[in-house]
Design a protein around this ligand. Structure first.
Ligand SMILES: [Zn+2]
Length: 89
């Protein structure tokens, strides 16, 4: 019987390992943005558990909705990266 392994994707580094990205939606600004996972890892925040982090829009303060997606760059579309416009909080 073949064995199956369970993949857990909960940290920023997991996103890169599994070729995924985290998109954030601000309902106040009605904008989607992708987090810059490479930048988070470069800044030593690769173990941040994005399932527990609340991302707030720096423009209006709304807590963003999170959506896990396949790596949007490879899927042929992408949202602007959000490290500048959204903050962890
Ligand atoms: Zn906003």
């Amino acid at each position: 019987m073949p064995t199956k392994s369970l993949t857990t994707i909960s940290t920023i580094a997991d996103l890169i390992t599994n070729d995924m990205t985290l998109s954030l939606y601000c309902s106040g600004c009605r904008q989607w943005r992708d987090i810059d996972a490479d930048k988070w890892v470069a800044e030593g925040r690769g173990d941040a558990d994005f399932t527990r982090v609340r991302f707030k829009c720096e423009q209006c303060g709304t807590v963003a909705d999170k959506q896990l997606r396949a790596n949007s760059t490879k899927a042929g579309y992408h949202y602007p990266l959000t490290n500048i416009a959204m903050s962890q909080g």
